[in-house]
Ligand binder design. Structure first.
Ligand code: UD1
Length: 361
């Protein structure tokens, strides 16, 4: 029997861990999966709703760490996770993605001599100012087994001197969830509730510290969005960090003046999938959404200076437009002028990454 601790902590983890736990449950004679939630995200709409939408079982253990500055949060997760690992003595700890919980739990496993597997290994933005980049690099250094989503991730790891035998190209785990739930998501009432018609609106997400923690940068992006929203309504589910800063920087009035920019609460997995899959255009600073839009052939403008997911750009669906208002507006106009949607096909983004991961373990 192989005992595995699967770690979730923040919103982008849930859709990556759900298919892995499910694949282990299908092989219940070989695997005993445990699910640990660090509690990095704790709001109902940042966490609970994802368990329902993704059929993810309730966590076996909740560490309840909550929000804190990065170093404190890393330390808090390690301190609370270590006794769990010592008690449960798993064969493997699986961490996914690049959030603080990912690194903290990988470090804990390493210190306690437990094997660690990292899913979504090898992504690099080469932007050291991003906390996620620091989390990715260190997690890959300490993990024993590195599951990569694309060939270029293997190349990044090899270039860092990581031995090929630690690396397995398994494909994109998030696409497992996307493919499983796409049809069910169409039953969501979110578009009707918001009075939207497919292809007649844009979707925006924005939460990177570099975009929303600096009032100047945030205002510049809002300028471009106000302009675009004159042509096409922009639906904006607002992340808690962003919401806090809108209030703190006194941006409510400016936003209210652009009637095409509609702020809503963060959405669950199925509602968000339904919403963005019907959008004419997506604007985002998220990592995962660049991949999800690519898989569905939806034009995406990434409001960052770089990406750790360059395949989304080479496939032609994603453009890295940065935060300069003129550049954002020019690219938005070009995307809106082009009506064609081209679903793409990337090797191993096929809905079976979890099976390959479990087989490798
Ligand atoms: C984290 C991840 C980021 C990911 C994002 C998705 C890191 C370094 N960053 O960023 O990669 O894209 O999650 O959402 O791990 N808050 C709440 N309720 C919650 C969670 C957070 O109100 O459930 C507020 C708190 O005020 C907190 C702030 O949001 O201080 C930021 O949360 P935090 O988890 O530190 O980082 P995110 O910006 O969410």
């Amino acid at each position: 029997m192989i005992k595995v601790i699967n770690v979730v902590g923040a919103r982008p983890n849930f859709m990556k861990v759900a298919p892995i736990v499910e694949a282990m449950k299908r092989r219940e004679r070989e695997f005993t999966p445990l699910l640990i939630h660090t509690g990095q995200h704790y709001d109902a709409d940042m966490s609970d709703s994802f368990f329902r939408d993704l059929d993810l079982p309730a966590p076996d253990i909740h560490l309840g760490v909550g929000s804190a500055p990065r170093a404190e949060q890393l330390a808090a997760v390690e301190a609370r996770f270590a006794p769990v690992v010592e008690r449960e003595k798993p064969d493997w700890i699986i961490v996914v993605g690049d959030v603080n919980s990912t690194l903290a739990c990988a470090r804990t496993g390493k210190k306690l001599g437990i094997k660690v597997a990292h899913v979504e290994a090898g992504l690099r933005s080469f932007d050291a100012s991003m906390p996620e980049e620091a989390n990715r690099v260190e997690t890959d250094r300490v993990a024993d087994l590195l599951f990569t989503p694309v060939e270029d991730a293997n190349e990044n790891l090899l270039a860092e001197g990581i031995k090929a035998e630690r690396i397995r190209l398994v494909g994109n785990i998030m696409i497992d969830s996307l493919m499983k739930h796409l049809e069910r998501a169409q039953q969501s009432k979110i578009k009707t509730r918001l009075g939207l018609t497919t292809n007649d609106y844009a979707v925006l997400t924005l939460h990177r510290p570099s975009n929303v923690d600096d009032p100047k940068a945030f205002k510049r992006i809002l300028e471009a969005l106000a302009e675009i929203s004159r042509r096409l309504p922009i639906i904006f589910p607002v992340h808690p960090r962003t919401k806090k800063n809108i209030a703190e920087f006194g941006l409510e009035e400016g936003i209210a003046a652009s009637s095409g920019l509609r702020l809503i609460e963060p959405l669950g997995y199925l509602d968000f999938l339904s919403l963005f899959s019907g959008a004419r255009l997506v604007l985002t600073d998220s990592g995962g959404i660049q991949e999800e839009t690519t898989q569905l052939g939806i034009p995406c403008l990434t409001l960052r200076e770089n990406t750790e997911r360059p395949i989304t750009v080479t496939m032609g669906t994603n453009k890295i437009v940065g935060t300069d208002p003129d550049k954002i507006m020019t690219h938005a106009a070009a995307a809106l002028a082009n009506l064609s949607r081209q679903p793409v096909s990337i090797p191993l983004w096929d809905g079976h990454a979890a099976e390959r991961i479990v087989a490798a373990l």
